[in-house]
Design a protein. Structure first.
Length: 171
């Protein structure tokens, strides 16, 4: 017998062994392999579903963050506008206060100048009266101090000069 013509008993044993291996593989191993492949497939599908869920959740979170950012920008713009308005009010109040203080200073300065001018005019009138009396005394050749002291000649002269000056400036 050769390799192409097997012995009948060996052929039966080989077919029985083949059937036994086929049954073991078909009934035990293939269901386990199929179950393992199904589990892997379910895990992959579940992972994809989970990833899709996470992706949707991330997109929702991104939309919510964008919405909150927009609200934050609007609030910041509103606060900035309020601060600008408050600043403008504060500047206006400060300017008004500074204007009032400046006006007070100008008025007090004018009053001080008027007082100083009045004092200077009085001192000048007295000095002018003395100088005029001395000059007149030198021209006349005698002392006129008693004459001027007894009358108000110098004051009358200065008052007349003042009225002439105001009359000239009015016309």
């Amino acid at each position: 017998m050769g390799p192409l013509t097997p012995d009948g008993a060996e052929l039966v044993v080989a077919v029985i062994c083949f059937a036994l291996v086929f049954l073991i593989v078909g009934k035990v191993l293939i269901p386990r392999i199929a179950r393992t492949l199904d589990e892997r497939h379910e895990k992959l599908e579940g992972g994809f579903d989970h990833a899709d869920g996470l992706r949707e959740e991330a997109a929702d979170l991104a939309r919510q963050i964008a919405k909150e950012n927009a609200e934050g920008r609007r609030e910041a713009a509103r606060v900035r506008q309020e601060l600008i308005e408050e600043g403008a009010e504060s500047i206006a109040e400060s300017r008004a206060e500074a204007q009032r203080v400046r006006d007070e200073l100008v008025v007090s300065g004018h009053n001080a100048i008027a007082e100083e001018r009045a004092l200077a005019e009085a001192a000048l009138h007295a000095e002018l009266g003395m100088i005029a009396t001395e000059l007149a005394g030198k021209i006349v050749g005698e002392s006129l101090g008693d004459f001027v002291a007894s009358g108000d000649t110098v004051e009358r002269f200065l008052a007349e000069a003042e009225t002439r000056k105001s009359a000239n400036s009015a016309s």
